[in-house]
Design a protein around this ligand. Structure first.
Ligand code: BGC
Length: 764
């Protein structure tokens, strides 16, 4: 046994019940408890996720008084990079700051699914797609943890809205949970083993996430093999004893000892086994010692270097949504006077509100950055155009329009004011402030080369999209985002981000519109698995800009899609490859997406689902081969009738695409599934269900054949094929044939058939 484990076993022997209970909650805002008597040290946790928010003292809130740290682009921006390596490096940089500031665990990444564009914390989350969210979350965790600092994968699970966030229950069916709201956690848990997982505020199907045995024990620990600890979101616990039984290790930030005392009482009264406490405390001690072992005494970080890296990161995240007539980039050959409009150009919005707020080491703005790069190449004139803190004041518009009219090109920097997007509440709509919309309309009337630069953490509606020449989405780009915007506008950087979330034309088009944010503490996940592009595809609703969309200053050609086999079984790995060529004049990066589409299935499925992605950098004229691996799970749906993932035999289309709406090359593959599964039939199983598999069809054939032979009008064609024209008969539970057959079919025969079926396995 390794010495640490032996030491922990000894400690468990020596700790009193009270001390063990005390280790199940935090000491104060940001630290775990220590037990001085036994040299058990306290460790420090801090937000997260796109930079470090460390309070000067663990008992202080860290709201405004936090230590300066580098503010990287927020998660919605990072996700638009679609770049695992980038996320890994961001994780590393943040970990270096954690080490320098003596923080053991950073409270991130947040991988929750963007169910509605109005979700208040969408800026803190990656995507509407679980594979993209999960893969990027895993990369971030790898980057942080490789430096000896822990992460907290949050918020487990279904934390997709802020309204009534501590009490409203996510009412969700098992299939949607498994296919959409859990793989984003499953992927990082299995790939990257985050040191901690943070249980969410919201209950799920009526059970608190912090006391949810199904989620924390059965799925996270048993099914996925999670080895770390679960901490609660801040003040989210209602029932600490149930939490222990469910597998929730540490309550944060603690309950002033109230819940510790309840744990002691529960053990003394025999309603909680001390062994359950021991198990969790042991795992917590393992984390504490691992965290302490990661400390580096002389750690420090170079703020300037981190700032400039944050700028490089931002440049990878911008999405060129539209660029008519190559309006961008702005070059001296095309233009000589440039108008820069909008208060955001001098007062950037670079992060969201709430617990993730970093106190930046410095902040750049677009006006200065552009002026620096432009030098005397262009004439640059600025006009404010609107005030961020007054949505309705139109007084500044006309001066800005005048500046725009005189210039060759107008850069109009608009976006959501800070109070629009925050932890703690959801947006009511997805519109820009009225003053900004008006400004855009007026500028577009006088300036054909109007370029919108957007700063927002989540999707917005753009009724003005057709009236402007170019749109660059720059998200909440962190403290150095402005320099990256300037470089992108001038073509020094070629934009390479793609949307990780759909931008709808109207909020009313979005998947959760009718159910969000719910009523009476119930969040009905009525759209089920049809989240994000899965919804727009299925409902044939054209989005404004689709998932995966993003242009470049160059162009890419996709060709030569190769599959290693035409037929696979469910134990095979399919290799898929494709050639990508930069066919334009400048170097650029392309995000290549692989979607799987099931042609026919027992259950309704999304039209297509993202199962792979890769980002490649190519010089002008250069080409490369990208490859993907697909396994049975990538072809599967979750069927709660079987309680498992099902890879069903049949034909699938594989699409290599530049966006969810821009499929470039496709090929078909046939899945010949070998796995056999037991059927769960009972007296309510219909004839149609009985006849769907050859094995069970043979059994029921013997039971019902005489009835059908005696009633030829009820049935046409070959009896063994059950080519019965009457849906009515097919949809009768077989037990009902006892009654309609006038005694020909007996209850006993049905019971025997059910017994026979319970021994059978079938292929799907
Ligand atoms: C948030 C978490 C955060 C925690 C600590 C909570 O309100 O939901 O994301 O890590 O506070 O600040």
């Amino acid at each position: 046994m390794d010495p640490i484990r032996r030491h922990i076993d000894n400690l468990i022997e020596q700790l009193t019940l009270e001390e063990k209970a005390s280790l199940c909650s935090g000491q104060d805002r940001w630290s775990f408890k220590l037990v001085k008597r036994l040299d058990i040290p306290a460790i420090w946790v801090a937000d997260g996720p796109h930079g470090l928010r460390k309070a000067p003292d663990s008992a202080m809130t860290g709201d405004g008084d936090q230590l300066p740290a580098t503010c990287f682009p927020t998660a919605s921006a990072l996700a638009a990079s679609w770049d695992r390596d980038l996320l890994r490096r961001v994780g590393k940089y943040i970990a270096l700051e954690c080490l320098a500031m003596r923080v053991h665990v950073i409270l991130g990444p947040g991988v929750n699914i963007k169910r509605s564009p109005t979700g208040g914390r969408n800026f803190e989350y990656f995507s509407e797609d679980p594979v993209l969210s999960g893969e990027l979350g895993a990369a971030y965790i790898d980057g942080v943890q490789a430096e000896g600092v822990g992460t907290s994968l949050k918020h487990f699970a279904c934390n997709s809205q802020e309204t009534q966030r501590m009490v409203a229950s996510a009412e969700i069916n098992e299939r949607a949970l498994r296919e959409i709201y859990l793989p984003n956690f499953e992927i990082p848990v299995k790939k990257s083993n985050p040191w901690t997982v943070m249980a969410a505020y919201n209950p799920i199907n009526g059970t608190d996430s912090t006391a949810n045995k199904y989620l924390l024990n059965d799925i996270l620990k048993e099914e996925w093999g999670y080895e770390g600890i679960v901490i609660s979101d801040w003040v989210s616990v209602f029932d600490r004893v149930e939490g222990i039984k469910a597998g929730m290790h540490v309550e944060m930030p603690g309950s002033s000892g109230i819940n510790d005392a309840k744990l002691v009482a529960a053990v003394n009264q025999g309603t909680l086994a001390e062994s359950e406490l021991d198990k969790l405390v042991k795992e917590t001690l393992q984390l504490i010692f691992k965290a302490k072992a990661g400390e580096k005494e002389d750690a420090a970080f170079d703020a300037e270097q981190h700032h400039s890296y944050a700028g490089e990161v931002a440049a990878e995240t911008f999405v060129l949504l539209k660029n008519d007539n190559t309006t961008l980039p702005i070059t001296a050959e095309k233009y000589s006077t440039v108008a820069l409009l909008g208060e955001l150009a001098v007062a950037p919005r670079f992060q969201g509100n709430g617990s993730s707020q970093v106190k930046p080491t410095r902040v750049d703005n677009l006006s200065d950055e552009l002026a620096m790069l432009v030098g005397d190449e262009f004439q640059l004139e600025y006009s404010q155009g609107y005030q961020l803190d007054d949505d309705a004041d139109m007084a500044l518009i006309s001066a800005a329009v005048e500046v725009a009219a005189k210039a060759d090109v107008a850069i109009l920097h608009v976006g959501l004011p800070s109070h629009y997007e925050s932890e703690g509440y959801d947006r009511k709509h997805i519109d820009l402030p009225p003053v900004q919309v008006k400004l855009i309309e007026e500028v577009a009337k006088v300036q054909p080369n109007t370029v919108l630069v957007l700063s927002n953490g989540a999707a917005i509606a753009m009724p003005f999209a057709d009236s402007v020449a170019a749109i660059l989405e720059t998200w909440l780009g962190g403290q150095a985002g402005a320099g990256a915007i300037a470089q992108t506008l001038l073509g020094i950087v070629n934009p390479s981000g793609k949307l990780a979330e759909t931008f709808p034309v109207r909020l009313e088009d979005s998947p959760a519109f009718l159910d969000f944010p719910g009523l009476n503490r119930r969040l009905n996940y009525g759209e089920g698995i049809f989240v994000g592009y899965r919804w727009y595809d299925a409902r044939k609703i054209a989005p404004l800009f689709s998932f995966g969309h993003g242009l470049s200053y160059t162009t890419f050609e996709y060709s030569n899609l190769v599959l290693t086999r035409a037929i696979i079984t469910d134990s095979d790995i399919l290799q898929v490859s494709c050639t990508i060529k930069n066919t334009g004049a400048v170097e650029g990066k392309e995000v290549v997406q692989l979607y799987v589409s099931d042609r026919e299935s027992r259950l309704i499925r999304p039209v297509k689902e993202l199962k792979g992605f890769v980002k490649v950098a190519l010089a002008a004229g250069q080409e490369t081969t990208v490859s993907f691996e697909l396994k049975a799970r990538d072809f599967s749906y979750y069927d709660d009738a079987f309680g498992s993932w099902i890879a069903e035999s049949g034909d699938f289309d594989l699409h290599i695409a530049a966006s969810a709406q821009d499929i470039r090359v496709s090929a078909a593959v046939t899945l010949d599934a070998q796995q056999r599964r037991p059927v769960h039939f009972d007296e309510r199983t219909t004839l149609r269900e009985w006849v769907q598999y050859p094995e069970t069809r043979a059994v029921i054939h013997e039971v019902v054949k005489d009835f059908f032979l005696q009633n030829p009008t009820e049935f046409k064609g070959d009896l063994m094929d059950f080519n019965i024209n009457e849906d009515f008969l097919l949809d009768l539970p077989v037990m009902k044939y006892v009654f309609i057959s006038g005694g020909l079919i007996t209850e006993r025969q049905i019971a025997e058939a059910l017994e026979a079926a319970s021994q059978l396995t079938v292929k799907l």
